[in-house]
Design a binder for this molecule. Structure first.
Ligand SMILES: *Cc1c(COP(=O)(O)O)cnc(C)c1O
Length: 373
């Protein structure tokens, strides 16, 4: 492909920091680069972070922290990545899939309240493309029913809702540093803790079920098996690469915004639906999508892109109707008609800092020359 869908971005100091970490001998988790990256993530998210091996694993920690029992229910959108659901299904919980809003493609806050039952143990929101969910309404429902909110903020590092960072609303939130995300170290993630009641146990679960974090702080004289747990620490080698990216966050974001804005301006007035960002939401230019009238037109546009050596792609396939979604989950009242409709019609355009102006123009041109648009 002349223009691939994604190209990993090098901020500049990754190799230098990797060499520093490798030669220091401190390559396991919670080393010096982990401390640096943790502070930077915490600042961007207005929260307190623990680095993890992935967003998937951070979500698994949230499921352990909630002490879910088989049959407990977790409300979430169907229009999301599989890990949002799998983390809770692994604990025996039932994902209750609710529909999304047709404008932001975020969980429909009105459907959330309707899905609450006495077995509901959490509401998981996903800020699609880093555009905030309707957090005022969702937090109100959560408070009313005393149910914790978890933010899967994989797309939304640095984004805000009414001037407050995404990742700071839920009792817990998660970040991803996968190669496809704005800031990356290949594979990595973070757990954000906003409800202090979860902190001590989160540290233990992340450290294989031991109190090794307290031991390293000198708070206990030996560390022991305390609880369930697994190996969720990011290697300091990867934290070194992550630090290099986080230090250049503004530069990464600046170029992503330029590309996003160029698409948005150049594709205005065409017969195609562009992303909608409500007032009060500051998004991080994580993705740019178009909604075509139907599946046939979407497939035709993807072929049109491929003929021009531009890689565009679809996105989430609904979880509620996927084989595992049917087996382990159920839908809320009314099902997920918007999710089913949108999943068939959505096309994502290439969006990353390494795109040149000429490449952005070529992508725009590919859309504009699509017959009937
Ligand atoms: C990427 C992504 C994940 C998974 O992140 P990993 O770090 O790859 O585990 C989870 N949820 C959403 C919404 C994502 O986009």
């Amino acid at each position: 492909m002349r223009i691939p869908f994604n190209r990993p971005y090098l901020a500049g100091r990754e190799l230098e920091y990797l060499a520093e970490a490798a030669s220091s001998g401190l390559t396991s988790g919670d080393g010096p680069f982990t401390r640096r990256a943790t502070a930077l993530v915490g600042r961007l998210a207005g929260s307190s972070a623990l680095l993890t091996t992935s967003c998937t694993h951070a979500l698994e920690i949230t499921a352990l922290l909630l002490e879910l029992r088989p049959g407990d229910e977790v409300i979430m959108p169907s229009f999301t990545f599989v890990s949002t659901a799998n983390a809770y299904v692994l604990r025996g919980a039932v994902p209750v899939f609710v529909d999304i809003r047709p404008d932001t493609l975020n969980i429909d806050e009105r459907a959330v309240e309707a899905a609450v039952t006495p077995r509901t143990k959490a509401i998981v929101v996903v800020h699609y493309g880093g555009v905030a969910c309707e957090m005022d309404a969702i937090m109100k429902v959560a408070r009313h029913h005393r149910i914790p909110v978890i933010e899967d903020n994989a797309h939304g590092l640095g984004a805000t809702y009414q001037d407050r960072p995404l990742g700071s609303f839920g009792a817990l939130a998660t970040q991803s540093f996968h190669a496809t995300k704005n800031v990356s170290c290949g594979e990595g993630g973070a757990l954000l803790i906003n409800d202090e009641r979860f902190r001590e146990r989160a540290e233990i679960l992340r450290e294989k079920g031991t109190d090794r974090s307290r031991f390293f702080r000198g708070q206990v004289d030996k560390y022991r098996w305390m609880d369930l747990g697994s190996s969720y620490l990011l290697s300091d080698l990867l934290a070194a690469a992550l630090t290099a990216q986080l230090e250049e966050f503004e530069i990464i974001q600046q170029r992503r915004y330029e590309v996003w804005q160029t698409y948005h301006a150049a594709l205005a007035g065409l017969d195609v639906v562009r992303p909608s960002v409500p007032a009060g939401s500051d998004h991080p230019a994580h993705l740019y999508y178009l909604l075509l009238p139907d599946l046939q037109r979407r497939e035709a546009l993807l072929r049109h892109f491929a003929e021009r050596d531009v890689q565009a792609t679809f996105h989430y396939q609904p979880l509620h109707s996927a084989p595992a979604g049917r087996r382990y989950g159920r839908t809320g009242l009314g099902g997920c008609p918007v999710t089913e409709d949108v999943a068939d019609r959505l096309v994502r355009l290439p969006l990353y800092p390494a795109l040149s102006d000429a490449e952005v123009d070529a992508v725009v041109d590919a859309v504009r020359t699509f017959p009937g648009i």
